[in-house]
Design a protein around this ligand. Structure first.
Ligand code: UFG
Length: 330
């Protein structure tokens, strides 16, 4: 592709892996990140880093100077409970800021847009696996803020020469298998991150939020997808947008299978060859029992195929990165 790919949030967890996947595939990349939650060191040296908010009107200059042909938009706020306590932050950082970015993209004639959406747009799905055409009834402001952006993209693509892919992520986990990036967020709330922190002694135990769900062992079931597979899906989606300018796509990103909290913790014990203490705790507000992607649409639309869909491998990569982080902080 002629011109560069702009990656917003490219200094963050998923964005930094997308940057690696794009560079490895031969694309040129400009990262826009305000470094509020991201880290400059997480951006591969082959990419250019511009420290800026996505809603900044100077984005127009960045789009022009770097001849941007596609935007991958990862920047945003991502903590579900925080979105309940501070909804305006989520509508501001996710919906309103993205509206400004889309406006800059349309004004600059950027033809392709890839958006980080979420399984949280479904809320509590009536059936699992959940498919893209199923009802979207978010149960928290985070999910609503993302669903509102999907609506903006749909309407903008109908009115302007731009196409988009809205990728609905399930539970993203793991780290670059080559050890170049990983989840570095401080105060993470995600199960696999917390479990590997416990495995290296950063925490003394892992709380299990609910043991009375209607699942095989009573704990919550999720579709964990390796971050490098997710990054590869973005590169493949970009290719599709370029090849078929008149089409846009909304696609679940998951493997179509789920693991319970107990099964994840068993995997961590297996991979680390030790036993992490488990504390049984009440359910967390708003957690669905089971969330699994129907991934037939992405498998049909893209040549993308999972390469890292092995739970022990996901845990192993997350653990290796946690050790790297611990050495960095020592
Ligand atoms: N869990 C625990 N203990 C923990 C952390 C999590 O038992 O310390 C459980 C949760 O209750 C859930 C599962 O592990 O059953 C996964 O929880 P995560 O917090 O890792 O992820 P979520 O499924 O809550 O969140 C994910 C994405 C969100 C998205 C949401 C949609 O991270 O961005 O799915 O429901 F909004």
């Amino acid at each position: 592709m002629d011109g560069k790919v702009m990656v917003t949030g490219g200094a963050g967890y998923i964005g930094s892996h997308a940057v690696l996947a794009l560079l490895d595939a031969g694309h040129e990349v400009v990262v826009v990140d305000n470094l509020v939650t991201g880290f400059a060191w997480a951006v591969d040296a082959r990419a250019t880093l511009v420290e800026m908010n996505v809603a900044d009107p100077r984005i127009a200059d960045v789009l022009r100077e770097h001849r941007v042909r596609a935007i991958m938009h990862f920047a945003g706020s991502v903590v579900v409970p925080e979105s309940v306590n501070d909804p305006l932050k989520y509508y501001g950082n996710n919906t309103v800021a993205t509206r400004a970015l889309i406006e800059s993209a349309v004004a600059a004639g950027v033809p392709h847009f890839i958006f980080s959406s979420t399984a949280a747009t479904y809320g509590t799905p009536a059936r699992v696996p959940v498919a893209e055409g199923d009802p979207t009834v978010p149960i928290n402001p985070y999910g609503t803020s993302k669903l509102m952006t999907e609506a903006m993209l749909r309407d903008v693509a109908a009115a302007h020469p731009i196409n988009y892919a809205a990728l609905r992520y399930f539970n993203v986990a793991g780290a670059d298998p080559k050890g170049r990036s990983g989840q570095s967020t401080v105060g993470a709330t995600h199960l696999i991150k917390i479990a590997v922190e416990a495995a290296i002694g950063k925490r003394d135990a892992v709380g299990i939020y609910g043991t009375d769900f209607p699942t095989r062992d009573g704990t919550g079931v999720r579709d964990y997808i390796h971050v490098s597979d997710l990054a590869a899906a973005h590169v493949a989606a970009l290719q599709l947008l370029v090849e078929r300018p008149g089409e846009s796509h909304t696609l679940n990103c998951g493997y179509g299978r789920g693991f319970s909290v107990m099964e994840v913790l068993d995997a961590v014990d297996r991979v680390t060859n030790r036993t992490i203490e488990r504390r049984l705790e009440p359910r967390r507000a708003g957690d669905p029992a089971e969330l699994i992607a129907d991934n037939r649409a992405i498998l049909a639309a893209l040549p993308w195929r999972p390469q890292h869909d092995d739970l022990d491998g996901i845990v192993g990569d997350a653990l290796a990165w946690e050790r790297t982080l611990a050495e960095r902080q020592a």
